[in-house]
Design a binder for this molecule. Structure first.
Ligand code: SF4
Ligand code: SF4
Length: 164
């Protein structure tokens, strides 16, 4: 893994930085009094690591009941801080994501972060093997890589920066 690209290149990245700094915490909200922005998706509850409950990456969370989080009200801070590009205000438009790009449909989980050394970047985690090589997956990844620093995480051992 490595990159020589300047992460502050491009107007898109500047926008991404502002938005990343201003984002609120997100995760799916299956409770009856909370709007569930995720629909039926629970992809990040498998792809992301949650330190507080000892859940590794690419492992389904024990609290994922298939529709959402069974412990939503008391979910760990890591889950509260997670910002999903598909449901966080602004990112879906910024990244031109279609409704068909919902992570469980597309097989890709998009997560904008502010890295201490590299600055703003988008981490794209493959939740369904081969989704990054499929037509819509490739299209989205390549489009984002033209404007942003993109790290593609394929599995526990494989990740690379994407060059347009
Ligand atoms: S990946 Fe995004 S849309 Fe899917 S469950 Fe996580 S927060 Fe919701
Ligand atoms: S605790 Fe809940 S929100 Fe967090 S990963 Fe598990 S199912 Fe998802």
């Amino acid at each position: 893994m490595g990159s020589s690209r300047n992460p502050t290149d491009g107007i898109g990245t500047s926008t991404l930085l502002r938005m990343t700094l201003n984002q609120q915490a997100h995760c799916h909200a299956p409770g009856p009094d909370v709007e569930n922005l995720c629909g039926g998706c629970t992809e990040c509850c498998t792809t992301q690591a949650v330190v507080e409950i000892g859940k590794p990456r690419f492992t389904k969370c024990a609290y994922d009941d298939g529709k959402g989080c069974s412990h939503y009200e008391s979910r760990p801070e890591g889950c509260r801080q997670y910002t999903c590009a598909f449901i966080a205000p602004g990112y879906r438009d910024l990244f031109h994501m279609r409704s068909e790009d919902r992570p469980d449909k597309l097989g890709l989980v998009l997560y904008p972060v502010l890295d201490k050394k590299l600055g703003p970047m988008v981490i794209i985690t493959v939740s369904r093997p081969g989704a990054d090589e499929a037509y819509w997956g490739q299209k989205l990844i390549n489009r984002l890589a033209k404007k942003h620093l993109v790290l593609l995480v394929k599995d526990e051992k494989t990740s690379r920066f994407v060059r347009p």
